[in-house]
Design a protein around this ligand. Structure first.
Ligand SMILES: NC(=O)c1ccc[n+]([C@@H]2O[C@H](COP(=O)([O-])OP(=O)(O)OC[C@H]3O[C@@H](n4cnc5c(N)ncnc54)[C@H](O)[C@@H]3O)[C@@H](O)[C@H]2O)c1
Length: 396
């Protein structure tokens, strides 16, 4: 007879239970009792140690709240800010350079890069910019090599670049969904793989993930954006834990989750209620503070932490109702989105017209006009959003 050998069978026989019709030897009973006792003692001591750790960390936090968190200096750091050619990335670059950090920016928007570099240099800081499409991993690895040779080892990596499609899922073309994931989360893998080994070797480094509150709650018209930001939040948390488990406690990670920010160009004119949209300068200040204090997660504004706890406490009807009322329309800029959507619709109907041999000249003229209309609202052609003029800079 063939004996089936699986883990349960093994456990059964180890614990002295009757298995396969054989009686367990009498000496197995005390052994099983001893093994059970050992695992109970291990479990209880685990819980006790965990509780002691928790109390220790809570006391430490209360101490910091009362007397201030220790802050690190960033003047010897070399920072890479992805998406530094505009918005939050530009404001972070300005602030870091004021603190003495050498700043490198990667972006696809060349005029934006030039503007940031000029602004930082004019204020006396060090800044160098490169055109890098972070959604292409070969480009990231190649640019990382160049950066290492020309400037040095990155000690502060800020994964900030992001994109949004802002359409209902069924209206979102496949390539925009792929783009959301490639820029908002896959790129974090490539940049981290490119720079983490040197951070580990130098026993110093900090990886910042600019995620979003949309990485904790779902919002209509942001299905691809939310999914990619949820992934970015998970990336940060799992990476932090892995670094701790591997003993790389000198490498810090920070996950930044802001609500909608005004005037960066990404979510202009978003229709949000109750929670006011954020001032970009305030968000940039808060991010720098979180980096200096090695904070693990920065929810902006802070009171949204309590709103997030609602999600796990109340029935979906309450949570969904709140979210629907909080953000009735999350499309970044209604007009630009509608124009682009009409382009996609016209392109599809033109294709159908060709297939049914209908004259298409009128449709093609229409499409060019719609494209012109839509792109006139965007400074960076790859982004489906209206770009705001430069934000300028506020002293930290
Ligand atoms: N604006 C908001 O309301 C808001 C809210 C929460 C989180 N965020 C996040 O903050 C970050 C910064 O956003 P922002 O508001 O400054 O937007 P932004 O559009 O002003 O900046 C994004 C930058 O990323 C660059 N970029 C896009 N695709 C790229 C690519 N493939 N390679 C390199 N660079 C690329 C763009 O050119 C742009 O300069 C994003 O990750 C965004 O998701 C923004």
């Amino acid at each position: 007879m063939v004996e089936v050998n699986n883990n349960n069978n093994n456990k059964g026989s180890r614990n002295g239970h009757i298995s396969h019709g054989h009686m367990a030897p009498a000496s197995a009973a005390p052994l099983a009792f001893y093994n059970n006792l050992k695992s109970w003692v291990a479990a209880i001591s685990d819980v006790v140690v965990f509780i002691i750790y928790c109390i220790g960390f809570i006391i430490q936090d209360l101490y910091y709240i009362a007397f201030g968190y220790p802050e690190k200096e960033l003047k010897t750091d070399i920072a890479l800010v992805t998406g530094g050619g505009s918005g939050l990335g530009r404001l972070l670059s300005m602030r870091l350079s004021k603190l003495g950090t050498k700043v490198v920016i990667w972006d696809i928007n060349k005029p934006g890069i030039d503007e940031t570099v000029k602004m930082v240099q004019e204020s006396g800081g060090f800044c160098k910019g490169y055109v890098v499409d972070i959604s292409r991993k070969e480009e990231v690895y190649k640019a990382a090599e160049v950066l290492r040779h020309e400037i040095g080892d990155i000690s502060l990596l800020i994964n900030n670049a992001g994109v949004v499609s802002g359409l209902h899922l069924l209206d979102t073309p496949d390539h925009l969904i792929e783009r959301s994931f490639n820029v908002n989360v896959m790129a974090h893998f490539w940049t981290t793989k490119a720079f983490l080994p040197k951070m580990i070797e130098n026993q110093c480094g900090h990886i910042v993930t600019i995620a979003s509150l949309a990485g904790h709650v779902g919002i209509t018209k942001l299905v691809d954006y939310c999914a990619s930001k949820f992934a970015a939040v998970g990336f940060d948390e799992a990476l932090r834990l892995e670094l701790e488990v591997l003993g790389h406690t000198n490498i810090q990670t920070t996950c930044v989750c802001p609500f909608f920010i005004q005037q960066t160009g990404m979510f202009d004119d978003v229709n949000a209620r109750w929670v006011p949209t954020l001032n970009a300068n305030d968000v940039a200040d808060r991010v720098i503070q979180a980096i200096k204090k090695n904070e693990k997660i920065a929810i902006i504004p802070g009171y949204c932490k309590f709103l997030l706890s609602f999600k796990w406490t109340f029935p979906w009807g309450c949570v969904g109702g709140l979210l629907k009322r909080l953000v009735p329309d999350a499309s970044p800029h209604g007009l630009a989105q509608k124009s682009l959507l009409s382009v996609y619709k016209k392109v599809s109907s033109a294709k159908n017209a060709v297939m049914t041999a209908t004259p298409t000249s009128a449709l093609i003229t229409d499409i060019s006009a719609a494209y012109k209309d839509a792109t006139s609202m965007t400074k960076a052609g790859t982004l489906l959003i209206k770009r705001s003029p430069s934000l300028g800079e506020r002293v930290l």
